[in-house]
Structure formats: C-alpha cells, structure tokens
Design a protein around this ligand. Sequence first.
Ligand SMILES: Cc1cc2nc3c(=O)[nH]c(=O)nc-3n(C[C@H](O)[C@H](O)[C@H](O)COP(=O)(O)OP(=O)(O)OC[C@H]3O[C@@H](n4cnc5c(N)ncnc54)[C@H](O)[C@@H]3O)c2cc1C
Length: 462
Amino acid sequence: MKPVHIIGGGLAGSEAAWQIASAGVPVVLHEMRPVRGTDAHRTDGLAELVCSNSFRSDDAATNAVGVLHREMRAMGSLVMRAADANQVPAGGALAVDRDGFSAAVTRALAAHEKIQVVRAEIPDIPPSDWDSVIISTGPLTSNQLANAIANLTGETGLAFFDAIAPIVHRDSIDMSKAWFQSRYDKAGPGGTGADYINCPLDRDQYQAFVAALVAGDKTEFKEWEGTPYFDGCLPIEVMAERGPETLRHGPMKPMGLTNVHNPTVKAYAVVQLRQDNALGTLYNMVGFQTKLKHGAQAEIFRTIPGLENAEFARLGGIHRNTYLNSPALLDARLRLKADPRLRFAGQITGCEGYVESAAVGLIAGRLAAAERLGRSLDAPPPTTAIGALLNHITGGHVTTIDAGPRSFQPMNVNFGLFPPLAEAVKAPDGKRLRGPEKARAKKMALSARAARDLDGWLAAAG
Ligand SMILES: Cc1cc2nc3c(=O)[nH]c(=O)nc-3n(C[C@H](O)[C@H](O)[C@H](O)COP(=O)(O)OP(=O)(O)OC[C@H]3O[C@@H](n4cnc5c(N)ncnc54)[C@H](O)[C@@H]3O)c2cc1C
C-alpha cells in the first residue's frame, strides 16, 4: 500500500500520523527540525509545545475544550494519551510536562512499524506521485513551502498574520440597549439591511473608553514577528493613540445609524458587531483587532453599553501566523479543492491552539486513512466538538455580509460553534432557568448531546 505523506511533525502532524498508522496504513512523516528550525521551536522533539504547557480546561461537562479532550480520548488520540501520562498539577486544567509530553509522542511514533520519520524540509508542493499528502506545517511554515502554497492558492489564499477581533456570544448581548441595523439600512451582498448589532456610546462613555484603550496593558510583538500594521488593520488602541476623535471617524462612527431605543438622540459613537458564523450564535466586534492583554480586553469591552455581560468566545490578537482562507479553499474533508490529493491539518487550516490543532490533525488522519482503504467516512456531526470545529473551518463561517477585509480568522473551539439546542433548557422541576444557572445548564446539554452524537458517529464509522 502506498504511504500517506505528512509534512510537519507538530501537534497536528503527529496525531494524524498516529491515526493513519493505527488504521493499518503506512505513513511517512517529514519533519524539518533539527535540519531547519523555526523562530519558536527550541528542540528536535515531535509535538513540541512552543509556549504555554496547558491544554486548557479538562471539564467535559461545561467547557468546549474539555468536550474536545473527551472526544479525542474516545478516538484513541496519541496527543491526549501522552498529555494524560505527563500531567502536572494545574487545578481544573490539563497541563503537561512539556519535555515528557514531546518525548512520549516522539517515542510512540518512532516505535510504530507503519511510521517512517524523515528529518528533512519539504520546500515545495510535493511531486504528483505523492498521491495522498497532509500538510500540517503550522503557524511557522518554512518560507519556501509557504510561498509555494501561496502561489497555489492565490493572493488572498494564505495569510501571514492574523488580525483577530473579539467574538461575542450573541445571547450574552443586551438587546435592550443594542439594536440590529446596517449602516444606512444598506443590504449589501448577502445581507438584509439589519445585519449588525449596534451598541451606542454617549460622549462621556466614549471619552472614558478611548482613555482606557490608551492606558490598557498591551502585549508586545516578539522580535522575529516584525510589526505587521498596515492601513485597514491597525489595532484599535493604536487608532485611539492617534487622537481622541480618530475612532469616531473610523470603526466607531455613528453615521447612518438610529438607536431604536432612543431615536431622537444621536449616539456619539457606535460599536458594531457583525455575524460571524452561519448559525448566528457568534458576532465579531468590527474593526476591533487588538494587542491589548486578554484581561484588559474583557474589562474595557464590558464598559460598552450592551456588552456589560458579554461572554467572549474569542478575545482579540495580532500574531505572526500562516493560515489558509479555508472556507473558500478546502472541501468538507479538508482537501484542497484545486488539488484534492493535498489535505491540510492543524493551525494552517485556521484553527487556534494546541488541542484544536491536534484535533484537526486527528480527523485529517482518519479521513486520509479511510480514503486510502477505499472506505467512506462522513465528517463527524457538527453537534460534536470536533465536528463543530471542522464545520467552522470548512464552511460555517460567514464571509460576505458586505465588502471589507478578509474576515476568516483563527478560531478556538467554543460552544458558539455548536448548533443551538432544539429545546430551551429547564430545571428538573420544569421551571425556567435564568442567568448563570441557565448558561451552565445549556453547556451541559450541549456537552451531553455531543457525547451521544460522537458515539453514534463512531459506531457508524465502524
Ligand atoms: C509563538 C507561538 C506561541 C503559541 N502559544 C500557544 C499556546 O501557548 N497555547 C496554545 O494552545 N497554542 C499556542 N500557539 C498556537 C498553536 O496552537 C501552536 O503553534 C500549535 O503548535 C500548532 O500546531 P500545528 O501542528 O499546526 O503546528 P506546529 O506544532 O508548529 O507543527 C508544525 C511542524 O511543521 C514543521 N515544518 C514547518 N515547515 C516545514 C517544512 N517545509 N517541511 C517539514 N517540516 C516543516 C515545524 O518544524 C513544526 O514541527 C502558539 C503559536 C505560536 C507561533
């Protein structure tokens, strides 16, 4: 049987290799370290953790990343097995001894009879006789290969920096203060004329907000990242530093908007949120890409009227990254539509985080193995954490409500990616729930549904 070739032995590539070999299909795993390094990796180990040693919450009952852990364990994940075996105390989080973790993954892959590890950089799109390839070269894909991928996918196909605006769960926005309206009620392509959620600020609120942005704690770029600012992608706090009125004439301009709760008073400034996913459960804060630290973001953005109780599915950031415009370029099985022998996995697909990258590697591996064995394998249902993530990457993201900068940005797993529940959650005695109790019950119901649906999918997959 011809092997599946995997390029990149990080979190995604290592997990993909394990899944494919476990299905009995041979794998050649190409990892460039130590022949060529990256700016962040420090060792020659496979699945090296480049920064924190945390896999985040391990709570499968009420946390989406905990649900993803559970699903990966159920699918025989090597990354989760190595993490569990190298756990260090971290409260409710799963944190690992990074060297022990990477060594365990490296050992397991080296010992598998179906896996050959080759230490070499793949600088170009592989030759056509590699008929099944997974590219999992991560956020720091080597320059030559990144340029080759960019040539293949077109000018807007591959991004080298992300510019992440915060994303808010729709049901945590206070609509007694905010309202739906597009500027000048314009429908635009794919819109209705009432596509944005608008949050109004008066003059005092605006001035306090701008002062807080300027004073807030920020994250610095690492030296090797450079400074990617270009017009149209300035961090919100950099715009605020340019003058107190800059934001009012930029992303916070109030023109063309009438506050339905107070129609005779013009808002001094408006924060707009735009639908982010096809389900309509998530909204992104338009133009709010930022280098503010996460704690400062949550504190400052919750001073915006309507967002006092906002729950953030993702906070903002700007980083060196390498990722595809996956919703446009990949099919539902993570294959490049233009050349389906090439499959992508890990952070390069537009997911974010160690666990998510490994999870996308896991599913890419299973899909590639099934294809090689001539078996059909449906993608997991979007009600599972792994299916929700895959669905977002390959199609669930809303790209065109109006013209503007590219909107698909890296995403971590969160309950906003799951289809809403068919029925409202209730207390055991049938009473309506409210506030934090309701939020917790909803998460538990989403998690229970995910567990059921993953079992069903695994049983059908055989
Ligand atoms: C600086 C930095 C800090 C981060 N911190 C965190 C964090 O704290 N927590 C978190 O959850 N996520 C973090 N991330 C995000 C991300 O989840 C991790 O980068 C994760 O490792 C991505 O997994 P991956 O498998 O897609 O890529 P990687 O784990 O980076 O694996 C890609 C592999 O491909 C190899 N490679 C690249 N090009 C080639 C080539 N041409 N030929 C052969 N091999 C190649 C690389 O050497 C590397 O081993 C961070 C990212 C960066 C860049």
